[in-house]
Design a protein around this ligand. Sequence first.
Ligand code: FAD
Length: 381
Amino acid sequence: MQGRAFFDEDHLALLEGIEKFAEGVLAPRAAEIDETEVFPKELMQQIADIGLFGMKIPEEYGGLGLDTRSYALALEAVNRKNSAAGIIVSQANSLSTQAVVKFGTPEQKEAWLPGVADGSRVIAFGLTEPGAGSDNASMKAKAEKVDGGYIINAQKTFITAAPMADNCLLFAKTAPELGAKGISCFMIDMDMKGVSTGKPEKKMGCRGIPVSDLICEDVFVPEDRLIGEENKGFTAAMKTLSIARIGAAASALGIAQSAMDEAVKYTRERVQFGKPLYKHQGLSFMMADMEAKLRACRLLVYQAAYKADMGEEVNMDASVAKYLTTETACEIADKALQLHGGYGYVQEYPIERIYRDARFHRLGEGTSQIQQLIIGRELFK
Ligand SMILES: Cc1cc2nc3c(=O)[nH]c(=O)nc-3n(C[C@H](O)[C@H](O)[C@H](O)COP(=O)(O)OP(=O)(O)OC[C@H]3O[C@@H](n4cnc5c(N)ncnc54)[C@H](O)[C@@H]3O)c2cc1C
C-alpha cells in the first residue's frame, strides 16, 4: 500500500471493510444514480449501517469517533466506486456536523448528531449566497435578535442536499457592521415556518444528491439554535473547512484512481494497429505520467490527514492537498477519457461520468483559486 507509514493496523482493517462494501454495494449503483439523479433510500441506510455517516461523530453521540486518516481512506475508497455516495458521506462527517461537534452544547449534540450517524437525519450546510460565493463574508443573510431568539432572512444558493435535508446549518449576520466578525451560525429545521427550497439545479456531475437554493423569510429561530457564540460563526465555518478540504482532496483522489482504473482496463482491451493500446509507448508514457501525479497527490492527502491527527495546524497542508489533488484528478480523468477515444465521450463507458464527477471538487469547499490564495497567505505569514 502506498503511504503505509502513515497508517496502523486498524486503519488497514477499516479500509479493507470499506473497499469490500464500495465494490459490492456502491459500485453497482453508480451509473443508475447518475442516470436517474435519485439517491436510493435503502442505499442511504446501508451506508449508515456500516457507520460511514458517523466516522467523525464522537462515539457518545452514535458515531465511530474515527481519526482523519480513517476518514480520508474511507472517502478515497467510496469515491473510487461511487462519487454521489462520496458527497453525502463527506457532508455528514464534515460540513454538516463538525461545527456542532466542536462548538455545540451537549444538548445540541444529543439532538442532531445521533440522527446523522444512523442515517435518519440529513443536515445541509448553508453558507454560499448568489452574491457571496468565494467572498462568504459579504453575505447578506441577517439574523435579528428578538425576544427568545432571532428572525432570519436569507437566500442561500447551491446548497447540497437542501431538498432532502431535515436541517440546515445556516450562517447569517448578527452584527452586519462588523463584517466577517459579525456572522453567527444557526441550526434551522427545514419545516420551520418561512423556510423553503428552490428547484434542484441540473448539474454536470455528482448527480443524485440534489443542490438548490434555500430561502428563509422571517423565520423565527429560538435562541438554543445558535451554535457556539454569537458573532463567531464565520470562525466556526472556517475551522470546519480545513477538515472538509482534506475530505475533498481524498474524494478527488478516489475519483482520480477510478479514472486510472478505467484507463488501465480499456487500454489493455482495445487493440489498434495490431496491438493493445497500452503497448503503444506514447500511451504508456501518458499513463506513467498520470500514475506518477496520482501517487504524489496521494502522499499529500495522507500527510495532511496525519498532521491533523497529530493536532498540528493543517491550513497549508489541507489547501495544498485540495488544490493539487482536485486539479490533478481532472487532468487524469481528461487523459483517461482521451485514451478511450470516441468511446470516452459516450455513456457506454464509466469514464464519461467520472470525468463529469471529478470537475465538482475544484469548485466546492473553496475553489482552486481560493486554495491558491490561502497557500500564498500561509507562505508569507
Ligand atoms: C455542486 C455544488 C455544490 C455546492 N454545495 C454547497 C453547499 O452545500 N453549501 C454552500 O454553502 N455552498 C455550496 N456550493 C457553493 C460553492 O462553495 C461555491 O460555488 C464556491 O465557493 C464558489 O463561489 P461562486 O460559485 O459564487 O464563485 P465566485 O466566488 O463568484 O468565483 C468565480 C471565479 O472567480 C474566482 N475567484 C473568486 N474570488 C477570487 C479571488 N479573490 N482571487 C482569485 N480568484 C477568485 C473563483 O475561483 C472562480 O473561479 C456548492 C457549489 C456547487 C457547484
